[in-house]
Ligand binder design. Structure first.
Ligand code: SF4
Ligand code: SF4
Length: 451
């Protein structure tokens, strides 16, 4: 095959043809893996991104022929297992993505592999389904009399050993605590501010809380409503909300993704058509609506309406600032902030909006690290992957502690799960940052001097 290096045209992405019976045909999927792996073997640009590529290149280099034909097709699944679908290889590295004739979409090929594996039934399916059922976990664990027991057990070493043995959840991995005071139940109602549309931003906001904020860290949601109120932006909560489906997508459970889409999209599409900006304070959830669902359901007008209305909160605030409609009456300098840009925010292609907004706060020095932390949703807590997740994150753990102005006052990441993973990694490396991890929305609320 002769083709020029890279493509001169803007990258595009083909929708995922997951309803075509060929998509789940194992033999055809393995043929496609062979084709793409061959291209990767000749390229190797992605070696340092994650563990999928080192796994692939080791398989090739250690085979008898040292080429793809020496690799047993059964071993292709080892590569699939190591991918956590961050999309970074597609969005930031690969010169052979469409419209290049080689048509390489490594993450979508891995997703196809995961979908085939899910339908066949993997040995860890019980654990994987349990971990990815974030709504059910949050509802059950958040029952008032249950929640303290669940949180105490999460911290109990004997229980964690049992959980590792029985379910394959690594005993050392950080796990989120649950709350009975769910964000959606306790969110302060909006003040009746008049709507001020900007040139780039709608003047009213609908909050898609996300499972994590609703069930685990509602404070992030309350910080968002306080910042909106301070900026005189009226807000509502999405009338109905279920998990966005990202944890199910990461398993390849596409039927569950479709079922969740049916629960969420009608209410969100109504808000989009009423002119609301929809804000999701967890990057993976925003990405689900911005990129993944439109790829799975091309031509669905409701999905498209939600895609167009969905914003990362700091993308919205940065545009609001450009519209001249963001308050700048910051009263509290933040000092040294070590800021991690999560992969699922990077691949939204909106630029470093969190950094831009935080840098407008007087007395604030932002040190930005744009590299994978290794947490990757539920992937990094699984026993077979946790050590790799810590290894991938090591450069980030180190760089977060190397703020050029001295000791960081704050550690922050748009993805709060990545933030906790980084906090754990820094602690294990002897650089405890206890009490200094805060979500960027919390930092913005502090900078405004809001309680
Ligand atoms: S999508 Fe992310 S985890 Fe998967 S192969 Fe690409 S860089 Fe690695
Ligand atoms: S995904 Fe693209 S850039 Fe990465 S190794 Fe394969 S061919 Fe090269």
């Amino acid at each position: 095959m002769t083709a020029r290096e890279g493509s001169l045209e803007a990258p595009t992405r083909h929708p995922l043809d997951w309803k075509n019976p060929e998509f789940h045909d194992e033999s055809r999927a393995l043929d496609e893996m062979h084709r793409v792996f061959e291209i990767c073997h000749g390229c190797r640009r992605c070696l340092s991104l994650c563990n999928a590529f080192p796994t692939l290149f080791d398989l090739i280099d250690e085979s008898a022929s040292g080429e793809m034909d020496g690799v047993d097709r059964v071993d292709y699944w080892k590569v699939v297992d190591q991918c956590y679908l961050c999309d970074i290889c597609y969005m930031t590295k690969c010169p052979y993505v469409p419209p290049h004739p080689w048509n390489v979409d490594f993450p979508h090929l891995m997703l196809r592999g995961k979908a085939i594996g899910f339908r066949k039934g993997t040995p860890t399916q019980f654990r994987d389904k349990a971990l990815s059922s974030t709504d059910r976990n949050g509802t059950l664990a958040g029952i008032p009399v249950v929640v303290q027991a669940v949180n105490a057990l999460t911290r109990n070493k004997t229980f964690r050993r049992g959980l590792e043995k029985g379910l394959g959840v690594d005993r050392n991995a950080w796990l989120p605590e649950f709350t009975s005071d769910k964000f959606r139940a306790y969110a302060a109602p909006s003040q009746a501010h008049p709507v001020r549309d900007g040139q780039r931003t709608p003047g009213k906001v609908a909050i898609y809380a996300t499972c994590y904020v609703n069930y685990n860290e509602p404070g992030i949601g309350h910080d968002l409503t306080k910042v909106l109120d301070h900026n005189r932006i009226p807000y509502v909560l999405a009338a109905k909300e279920a998990c966005c489906g990202m944890p199910k997508l990461e398993l390849g459970d596409l039927d569950s993704v479709a079922a969740l889409k049916e629960k969420n999209i009608p209410a969100l599409a109504r808000l989009a058509r009423e002119g609301y900006a929809i804000l999701a304070p967890i990057p993976s959830c925003a990405l689900m609506y911005k990129q993944e669902l439109p790829m799975l359901f091309p031509g669905d007008a409701d999905v498209q309406a939600v895609q167009e209305a969905m914003f990362d909160p700091f993308e919205y605030f940065a545009l609001r600032a450009k519209d001249g409609l963001l308050e700048t009456d910051f009263s509290t300098p933040l000092g040294n902030v070590s800021y991690h840009v999560s992969c699922h925010l990077r691949v939204q292609n909106v630029g470093q909006k969190t950094r831009e907004v935080l840098e407008t706060i007087p007395g604030t020095h932002v040190h930005t690290i744009e590299r994978c932390s290794g947490h990757a949703g539920t992937w990094g807590v699984k026993k077979e992957f946790h050590q790799t997740a810590m290894k991938i994150g090591r450069p980030v753990f180190r760089q977060m502690g190397e703020h050029p102005q001295g000791e960081p006052n704050w550690i922050t990441s748009d993805c709060q799960l990545a933030g906790h993973h980084i906090e754990q990694g820094m602690g294990e490396a002897g650089r405890s940052v206890e009490g200094r991890l805060a979500h960027p929305l919390t930092l913005l609320r502090i900078a405004y001097g809001l309680q």
